[in-house]
Design a protein around this ligand. Structure first.
Ligand code: SF4
Length: 292
């Protein structure tokens, strides 16, 4: 292998900006969520193990030191355990200096792994799993075709934590539209309080062309929230989130109208105040980022 090119589009969480990305799968095994355009052009594929090893060899040859590794694409944890274990073993062999391996996991891919398998992956260096929760409300989850319900997502989150792996969850403000905003906010907060993830991120809904949600919006079936309503929804989520252990909160993605960050539960009041200030003084980004 003399050259390497990722299969684009390639996504990774913002906190993996400096990580080596090993693209073990292409696309997302679920690929049905009505708001998501990320992998619509990709057929879900698990690369052959030999190819993944060759790619790891290529990176080893060209990169002197790697601290963090992220395994892509959208739901790489779905890789059957036998192959996934080989990938982790090979990463350990070729990058013994790496301090952390992380991965995106869907509720289904987590639930398909046993507690022992997750512990084994943790022992092999899996330190962080990113779980897109989107909402704590079954009504919203079913409406956006998430492919998992609240009970399954709670079980998946708890399983990751039980294995000693750090858990990062994200929800999407505005996903319930005007109709389900209250339920979406309260049940998402309740969900986060139940799981107490290590990291909690809130994105703001962007309605993207090419998605089912985009069509529903244009047919008048989905009524989106305004930027102020989205912020009020984030406030409601934070007000009702009661975690006991430290949870790093971020809502500073490009989709968000006001950058928010803090550590829950200690910074709860500061975050709420920051939202109140932004709304009162009109310190918000406009709707320019929303493909309406
Ligand atoms: S599981 Fe995630 S990546 Fe896959 S379609 Fe849904 S939102 Fe998109």
């Amino acid at each position: 292998m003399t050259e390497y090119e990722y299969n684009y589009p390639l996504y990774r969480p913002p906190s993996e900006a400096y990580s080596l990305i090993i693209q073990a799968t292409l696309g997302c095994s679920q690929n049905k969520c009505t708001f998501c355009s990320m992998y619509k052009g990709k057929k879900f594929t698990i690369k052959p193990l030999e190819q993944i090893k060759e790619e790891i060899d290529f990176f080893r040859k060209h990169i002197r030191k790697v601290q963090r590794i992220f395994i892509a694409d959208g739901d790489a944890l779905i890789i059957p355990m036998k192959i996934l274990k080989e990938i982790f073993l090979y990463i350990n062999e070729r990058f013994p200096e790496a301090e952390r391996i992380s991965i995106y996991g869907s509720p289904k891919s987590i639930l398909l792994k046993s507690d022992e398998e997750l512990k084994e992956l943790h022992n092999l260096g899996l330190k962080l799993v990113y779980l897109g929760v989107e909402s704590g409300s079954d009504k919203v989850l079913s409406y956006v075709k998430k492919g998992a319900d609240r009970r399954e997502i709670i079980e998946a989150g708890k399983k990751i934590k039980k294995a000693g792996i750090s858990l990062s969850v994200t929800a999407i403000a505005g996903l319930g539209g005007k109709e389900n905003s209250n339920e979406h906010a309260l049940l998402t907060a309740d969900f986060v309080s139940h799981i107490n993830p290590d990291y909690f991120g809130i994105l703001s809904l962007m309605i993207e062309e090419g998605t089912e949600l985009y069509n529903e919006y244009h047919q008048g079936k989905f009524k989106p929230l305004s930027n102020v309503e989205i912020l009020e929804e984030i406030k409601l989520i934070i007000e009702n989130t009661n975690v006991i252990e430290k949870c790093i909160f971020r809502s500073n993605h490009a989709s968000n109208y006001v950058p928010l960050r803090g550590v829950l539960p200690d910074d709860k009041e500061n975050i709420i105040e920051a939202i109140n200030y932004a709304v009162k003084n009109n310190r918000m980004k406009k709707d320019s980022l929303r493909a309406l």
